[in-house]
Design a protein around this ligand. Structure first.
Ligand SMILES: *Cc1c(COP(=O)(O)O)cnc(C)c1O
Length: 873
């Protein structure tokens, strides 16, 4: 909007500073001899006044009390636990900021190639505990807080999870940030600062999932630094006119302009000064208010405009593994990629290098297709603003961008209607058509030559899917715009190469398509969530955790101790204490009593048909029926089991919500049945989150990862459980396969059909259906029980049962019998407790491969080509 205020108007319009220097843009001057000059003022005065970190208990206590007095304006008289948490957090934050400053100055000085991890989700969880542990200061803070009259555990409970993600994809991004900092790599994350994270899940007494907003910023958030001076203008809508001057350039004008403002989150490495940055963008109106509208006397219109600007980063969309085509979501994607890219290019330009050097200084990693618009956006900048030839721009782009695919499920592959994209981003739509022509024409000619008259192939590969309306295939765009493409486990990467991107492999060669099996950070997922086990490991290995937490293969040193009975007892005692810790938490929060002497069987993850929580709950009902049919004598031989579920369903996912309802109502019946309640109980713990995972995972004897073969790309909670000595019940899918290779197949309970069989079985179900009673009598009895009204109104569950009775796309009926067998083998194995504990120890000992440090080093070496840039070296 061209806004000109009447020059005769009295008073000044609001002013805004932007694109000014930032910490990371500063480069020290040197004198003639090459020595660095002190930037300003008297060097000694500065140096005497600069503070160092607070590391001993005395200075930590001073710093905490100082924050109580000044930052919070409170005193010992009126300090509650929440205030004490804030003060401790602000003190820890001071330490992080000092390291952050040193790290960023080092990056500026050394100007290494940097990698940028673009993710629409960062599921960070809580920060205080993690930060203290990574700094190596937890004991000191604990002592200090204790002396001030508080309990550290209570303080930690005050913090709200930062839940800017749906599930695995967002948590992976968080683990990768932790590993990048711990490995001292120059990596920044870029994401959005949603005012509302993933919804809070409530469960009604009838078992309905209810969704409440997550206003996580309601309390002061000590973990972010607002950078109001780092902001960019982002355009939407308007007109794109090609110049037609023999260049590919165009002018994009008009439309709506919105401001992206940076908020920085410090990411501390483990036992290193290296502290990286996660930059989250917030949207706001460009001028606070549109001045033209004031001139026209349209006050409300001006406010309306500003509302639509604020809306962009207001909420995280709660869908996992599905697309939904909302315009505001596409707006989020462009807003975030454009701001992030502008920020990278500003930083690059400070180096004074020619623009063609971008691939030598920047690697951009796309976490799934959500940031794919970075490809046409970089082309737009290079062609329209930097005036580069198309081919030069394309070469720069395709040497800078890397794409990670996270799913082959058709309903999760992103597509955007061409008319929507044309309306919102007219210039980008032109560029995408041009990429399709230029980049693909080269391919398409090759295709023509290699596969003459193969029109189907051309249609399959095009960036544009024909239909009404036409759609942009984001995975194809991400693929051809990237230097390398990877999947997230061996099996999944194979499926990417042989199914959704097969045609591209045939054209571009296999070497572009590779694998990086996911991992998890052992800092959060062992040291932080299971401190007793961490201490036992350090004691047994006689190695400080600062060493083995960053070199996880060292866990193999535990293997000889499997034969040490005293060690096994300690190992089992840790599991027992963790069960009691969870039971106390459940008692305090839900008022329920849990039998801590039972086997703990856990399935916690997003609710999804492909993840097959249904198989699990149907198996529980089967067990219940079996127990009920036993004589009291027979029941005495049964090992008690407690089954835990937790997970959120997308608010519009009808079948997933019925599954929750079934779980809750089965729990209501069996937990009070006097015949069975001591042998089988069931809990659906509401509001699954990182913090709930941290308390549940260390308790598990077994956990379930039972997706239909070929549907779970990797899974990462399987890794968390195994690292904590829980055994796995699973299908031959995702990273389960590699976990079994590492820990030994004899330590994993596998069942079910294999991936190559799945398509044929589905075909059989479609064209030669067999009645359930014939196909799987055991499951038919479970269905009868449900339909008899044993768990309340049977009609409620009918749509869920119908998906299994007809079609059975996720092959419940095919895998049910072998699933029940696998659980029987679990029961049998658990009888020999000594052997069981050995399995548990061996599992933990062989999980080294699944440290996210290994993943991030693979990305650094084989993809991004970046090197560590440690502080002070
Ligand atoms: C690890 C994790 C996930 C991913 O779980 P999967 O079982 O791999 O799908 C999801 N949510 C949270 C909170 C997690 O910590």
């Amino acid at each position: 909007m061209t806004s000109t205020i009447d020059p005769k108007a009295i008073g000044k319009p609001p002013r805004r500073r932007h694109h000014v220097r930032t910490l990371t843009g500063y480069l020290p001057d040197t004198d003639e001899s090459g020595k660095e000059k002190w930037p300003r003022g008297d060097e000694k005065t500065w140096k005497d006044a600069i503070r160092g970190p607070d590391t001993d208990t005395t200075s930590i206590t001073k710093s905490v009390v100082n924050h109580v007095q000044t930052s919070l304006a409170r005193q010992a008289y009126n300090l509650d636990t929440s205030g004490a948490y804030q003060a401790a957090a602000l003190s820890v934050r001071d330490n992080l900021i000092l390291n952050w400053n040193d790290t960023q100055l080092q990056y500026t000085r050394k100007a290494p190639k940097r990698a940028y991890y673009l993710s629409l989700e960062f599921l960070m969880g809580r920060t205080l505990d993690n930060a203290m542990l990574n700094l190596g200061l937890k004991d000191n803070y604990k002592e200090s807080v204790d002396k001030l009259g508080f309990n550290m555990e209570d303080l930690l409970e005050q913090e709200r999870d930062a839940a800017l993600g749906n599930g695995g994809l967002g948590r992976l991004a968080a683990c990768y940030l932790d590993s990048s900092a711990s490995q001292e790599l120059p990596v920044w994350g870029y994401g959005l600062r949603y005012r509302y994270g993933i919804f809070q899940q409530l469960i009604s007494p009838e078992g309905q999932q209810l969704e409440a907003p997550d206003p996580w910023l309601e309390m002061q958030n000590p973990w972010e630094l607002p950078r109001l001076d780092v902001n960019y203008e982002i355009r939407f809508y308007g007109q794109a006119e090609r110049l037609n001057d023999g260049t590919p350039r165009a002018h994009w004008t008009g439309g709506q302009e919105v401001l992206a403002v940076a908020y920085d989150v410090m990411i501390p490495g483990c036992y290193t000064k290296s502290t990286n940055n996660l930059r989250l963008w917030e949207s706001k109106p460009k001028r606070g208010f549109d001045l033209n509208s004031f001139n026209a006397g349209n006050y409300e219109g001006a406010v309306g405009e500003s509302n639509s600007a604020f809306a962009i980063t207001s909420v995280l969309y709660p869908n996992d593994q599905t697309t939904f085509g909302k315009e505001l979501r596409l707006k989020q994607q462009y807003f975030w990629t454009a701001a992030s890219l502008a920020d990278m290019i500003r930083r690059f330009k400070n180096l004074g290098k020619p623009i063609t050097d971008i691939p030598d200084y920047i690697a951009i990693q796309l976490n799934d297709t959500h940031p794919t618009l970075v490809i046409p956006e970089l082309m737009r900048i290079l062609v329209d603003e930097e005036d580069l030839d198309w081919d030069v721009a394309w070469k720069i782009t395709t040497n800078t961008v890397f794409y990670t695919n996270h799913t082959v499920l058709p309903e999760a592959l992103e597509k955007w209607p061409v008319p929507l994209m044309e309306h919102l981003l007219p210039r980008h739509m032109q560029i995408i058509f041009d990429i399709n022509m230029y980049a693909l024409s080269h391919f398409l000619q090759t295709v023509e030559r290699k596969f003459p008259n193969d029109r189907d192939r051309l249609a399959r590969m095009s960036l544009i899917e024909e239909g009404y309306p036409q759609q942009v295939r984001m995975a194809h765009l991400a693929c051809i715009g990237s230097k390398k493409v990877n999947g997230v486990a061996e099996l999944h990467s194979d499926l990417v190469r042989t199914t959704i991107l097969k045609d591209f492999v045939e054209l571009e060669g296999i070497s572009k398509f590779s694998n990086v099996t996911n991992g998890i950070t052992p800092r959060r997922w062992l040291d932080q969530c299971n401190p007793e086990l961490s201490a036992l490991i350090s004691k047994t290995l006689k190695v400080d955790k600062s060493v083995w937490l960053k070199d996880l293969d060292r866990l193999e040193g535990l293997l000889p101790f499997t034969e040490d009975a005293a060690f096994r007892e300690e190992w089992a005692a840790v599991k027992q204490h963790n069960k009691e810790r969870l039971a106390a938490h459940v008692k305090a929060t839900l008022g329920l009593d849990i039998n801590t002497h039972a086997m703990f069987d856990v399935q916690i993850k997003r609710l999804h048909e492909y993840k097959r929580q249904t198989l699990n709950i149907l198996g529980v009902i089967h067990r219940y029926i079996t127990l009920k049919a036993m004589s009291p004598e027979e029941r005495k031989k049964v090992n008690p089991r407690v089954v835990f579920f937790a997970g959120k369903a997308a608010p519009g996912y009808y079948i997933a919500k019925i599954t929750i309802r079934l779980i809750v109502n089965v729990a209501n019946i069996i937990n009070v049945d006097p015949d069975t309640k001591d042998l089988l109980s069931l809990y659906f713990l509401p509001d699954y989150s990182v913090s709930l995972a941290e308390i549940l995972i260390p308790t598990s004897d077994i956990s379930q990862h039972i997706s239909t073969a070929g549907t779970e790309a990797s899974g990462t909670s399987n890794m968390k459980f195994c690292l904590n000595g829980g055994l796995l019940v699973g299908t031959v899918d995702g990273a389960n396969i590699e976990i079994a290779e590492s820990v030994g197949e004899e330590n994993v309970f596998f069942f079910g059909h294999l991936t190559p069989a799945v398509e044929d079985l589905r075909h059989e179900h479609r064209y030669h259906p067999v009645p359930l009673e014939q196909k799987c009598p055991a499951l038919a009895r479970v269905f009868e029980k449900i339909s008899s009204g044993a768990f309340g109104d049977a009609g409620v569950y009918e749509p869920l049962l119908a998906t299994i009775r007809t079609g059975d796309y996720y092959l419940i009926t095919e895998d049910f019998d072998s699933y029940i067998q696998a659980l029987a083998m679990v029961d049998e194995a658990y009888l020999d407790r000594t052997e069981w504990v050995k399995k548990s120890i061996r599992t933990t000992a062989r999980m080294g491969k699944f440290s996210s440090d290994r993943c991030i080093m693979e990305y650094a070496d084989s993809y991004w080509n970046i090197e560590p840039c440690p502080v002070g070296k």
